[in-house]
Design a protein around this ligand. Structure first.
Ligand code: BTN
Length: 241
C-alpha cells in the first residue's frame, strides 16, 4: 500500500478541499498547495502563509482502523513532524498538547484535524519553511525553518520526507504506541507550566502534570486533577505563550 499525491498552485484550503470531496478521493491521498486563500487554523482562526515559501498540505484518511484511534492521530502527526524537523537539524523541538510544534519557544508547525468519524478524517499541516517575516496578528511571533537554520529549504524534498514519515508512522504505529507517548513526554512544551483551560464549561487555572496513556492532558487545579481530551490550553501571560 502506498499513498497518492495531488498538488494545486493555489486553493482555498487543502483541508476544505478534502472535506468537500472525500467521497470521490482515495484514502491516503495527500493534497498540497503553494498558497491558500482561506487557510484554516485551530479554533476558527485563519492560517496565513506566504506563497511558495511554506509547506501546506492535508492527508485524507478513510481507513476505519486508523480513524478509530481518534486523538492518538494528533499524537502521531505531531511526533512525525517533530522527527522530520530533527532530521533537518533543528533542536529544542517541543510539542504543545495536542499538536502544535514549537522550536526555541516559537511555533513552527500547526496541525488541524477535521472530519466525521467513522467516515473520514483530514490531517492538515502547515509548516513555516522559508518565510522570513510574520506580519499577522499573533500572540507570539512564530518562527520558520529558515529563521532557525539560516538556510533555504527545498520544499519539495521536505514534502517527500514528511509524507513518508507521516504515512509510515500512521500505518505502523499501533504496534508501538508507547514509543509515540514516550516521544511526546520527552518533548512536552507545557509540562509544569501554569495554564488556563476550560473543563465542563468552567474556566480553571492549573499546572500541567503531563499526559496519560490515552493522550489526555493532566492538569492539577487548586482543588482537583483534570484529564482533558480536547480543547484549548492557554499558557498564562507570565510565560508569554
Ligand atoms: C493551527 O491552528 O495551528 C493549525 C493550522 C493548520 C494549517 C494547515 S495548512 C494546510 C491545511 N489547510 C488548512 O486550511 N489548514 C491546514
Amino acid at each position: 500500500m502506498k499513498y497518492k499525491t495531488i498538488h494545486f498552485p493555489s486553493i482555498d484550503s487543502t483541508n476544505a478541499y478534502l472535506k468537500e470531496n472525500y467521497e470521490e478521493i482515495d484514502g491516503f491521498t495527500f493534497v498540497s498547495t503553494d498558497y491558500q486563500t482561506q487557510g484554516k487554523g485551530r479554533n476558527d482562526r485563519e492560517w496565513i502563509a506566504n506563497k511558495k515559501e511554506n509547506l501546506l498540505f492535508s492527508l485524507l484518511i478513510k481507513d476505519e482502523e486508523i480513524i478509530k484511534e481518534g486523538s492518538f492521530l494528533s499524537l502521531v502527526a505531531a511526533v512525525s513532524v517533530a522527527q522530520v524537523l530533527q532530521q533537518y537539524g533543528l533542536s529544542n523541538i517541543e510539542i504543545k498538547w495536542p499538536n502544535d510544534i514549537y522550536v526555541n519557544d516559537k511555533k513552527i508547525v500547526g496541525i488541524l484535524l477535521e472530519g466525521r468519524i467513522p467516515d473520514y478524517l483530514v490531517i492538515g499541516i502547515g509548516f513555516n519553511v522559508n518565510q522570513k517575516e510574520f506580519n499577522g496578528e499573533y500572540r507570539k511571533t512564530p518562527t520558520s525553518m529558515f529563521l532557525q537554520l539560516n538556510e533555504e529549504i527545498d520544499i519539495d524534498k521536505l514534502k517527500e520526507d514528511v509524507y513518508e514519515t507521516l504515512f509510515n508512522n500512521l500505518v505502523h504505529y499501533s504496534s508501538d504506541k508507547g514509543k509515540f507517548l514516550k516521544y511526546f513526554k520527552n518533548h512536552d512544551y507545557l509540562l509544569n507550566k501554569e495554564v488556563e483551560y476550560v473543563f465542563n464549561k468552567n474556566i480553571y487555572f492549573g499546572i500541567v502534570k503531563g499526559i496519560d496513556e490515552d493522550f489526555n492532558i493532566i492538569i492539577q487545579s487548586e482543588k482537583e486533577e483534570h484529564h482533558i481530551s480536547s480543547g484549548e490550553i492557554t499558557l498564562l501571560n507570565k510565560h508569554n505563550g
